[in-house]
Design a protein around this ligand. Structure first.
Ligand SMILES: Cc1ncc(COP(=O)(O)O)c(C=O)c1O
Length: 404
């Protein structure tokens, strides 16, 4: 194959010390590699400026509190929130969605209420709602997908009724890379009086976000997919919604006053952040957002779309490969090689120094819908280039030779 050209080179590979030369890392949808400024921010926080937040009376702790709250402000700017008070620090998207289900869901939903999910959801946007269903007695409906794997919003509009109190959709599918028209989904939910929760895990690293423009009510994402540390993530919700939500975990930091008779709670976001938080994680996420904004999300999106187009074109030329998802997917390409289990595809690619994900991608209902037990998935980040696609294609050619 002739060398592919990079139409949108970002040229940042040198920022990523954990990607050795000749290793094609194509698993960014699972977790992104970390750039030097993020590693440096974490190192500096532990090696030079470390202290607890919100409690200490000494200067170091006051400084760390400022840094921790500055990270919250940074996140608010990154996603176009109205204020930092709308940003709740959580462990990741999984915890964010569980928080909404346990706090908002238990307080506001009752037996007979319905919520609408879609066929492409990650398990973290399915199972928390099933737990709630088992406790409260809500009903769960599932929106279908269109022919290329986007959530079918015509069907959504036809399915929604005043009994629906929440619509919870993935903004970008972690398997198909398909993108939701989030504004239209918000309008459809609001038309029947429901709220919209978006799982933005795969969108936040790839699409410039503006909470005011999207019109959603909850937005969840994980820092580690956005080039930040693990163990830190974000729940955004509109201020008046957070205000009306009860705490979901009790402990230090989330209280106003505690007696054995009665406890009153802090206002949001502290009400939802019981215990000592992941202080350094927040600082690392701040550095990650600076890094991403330094490149520019529009440039990142253009780069990844170009890689998706190239990858899909190259794979489409191979007779034995089936592609899933739309051609205009964001940064993610799922595929199958005829007669070869995706785990074998992944193992042979690993021997060729190409790291992909093979499995159900925590989306078993979607696998059932696609009629496969698993897929192979290549997903891109800022550090990938056409050389990685060439390595992927050469690796798949080897797979087909071995299994011929
Ligand atoms: C679409 C989507 N939602 C939710 C999650 C869960 O993220 P985390 O494991 O960081 O909580 C993932 C991670 O794979 C994802 O891709």
């Amino acid at each position: 194959m002739s060398a592919l050209e990079d139409p949108r080179p970002l040229d940042v590979l040198a920022d990523f010390p954990a990607i050795p030369e000749g290793w094609a890392y194509l698993d960014t949808a699972a977790t992104a590699q970390k750039p030097r400024p993020v590693i440096a921010a974490i190192d500096r926080a532990y090696a030079e400026t470390y202290a607890t937040v919100h409690r200490g009376v000494y200067q170091r702790s006051a400084d760390m509190t400022l840094a921790y709250e500055a990270a919250r402000e940074r996140i608010a700017r990154f996603i176009g929130a109205n204020s930092a008070d709308e940003i709740v620090f959580v462990r990741g998207a999984t915890e964010a969605i569980n928080l909404v289900a346990q706090s908002w869901g238990q307080a506001h939903l009752k037996a007979g209420d319905r919520i609408l999910l879609s066929m492409l959801e990650h398990h973290s946007n399915i199972v928390p709602w099933q737990l709630l269903r088992d406790r409260v007695g809500i009903e769960i409906d599932v929106a279908p997908l269109d022919a290329v794997g986007r959530i079918d919003l015509d069907a959504v509009e036809a399915m929604l009724t005043p009994k629906h109190k929440l619509v919870a959709f993935g903004h970008v599918s972690n398997v198909l890379g398909s993108v939701l028209d989030a504004k239209r989904a918000a309008d459809a939910a609001h038309a029947v009086g429901a709220l919209l929760l978006l799982d933005g895990c795969q969108a936040a690293p790839r699409i410039a976000l503006d909470m005011r423009a999207i019109g959603a009510d909850f937005y969840a994402f994980s820092g580690h997919k956005l080039y930040g540390p693990t163990g830190i993530g974000v729940l955004w919700a509109r201020a008046e919604i957070l205000d009306a939500m009860p705490p979901w975990q009790g402990g230090g930091s989330m209280i106003d006053r505690v007696t054995f008779e009665r406890t009153t709670y802090a206002p949001p976001p502290a009400r939802f952040e019981a215990g000592t938080p992941h202080i350094v994680g927040a600082l690392g996420l701040h550095a990650a957002m600076d890094y991403v904004d330094g490149i520019g999300l529009d440039a990142i999106a253009a780069h990844e779309r170009a890689l998706v187009r190239q990858a899909r074109a190259a794979l489409r030329d191979m007779n034995s490969v089936t592609l899933f998802g739309p051609d205009d997917a964001e940064g993610i390409v799922s595929f199958a090689v005829e007669g070869v289990h995706p785990h074998d595809v992944g193992t042979i690619l690993d021997e060729a120094r190409v790291a992909i994900r093979a499995g159900h991608h925590c989306a078993q209902p979607l696998m059932a819908h696609l009629g496969v037990p698993a897929t192979a998935r290549a997903s891109f980040g800022v550090y990938n280039g056409p050389g990685d696609i060439e390595a992927l294609v050469r690796g798949i050619e080897r797979v087909t030779r071995i299994f011929a």
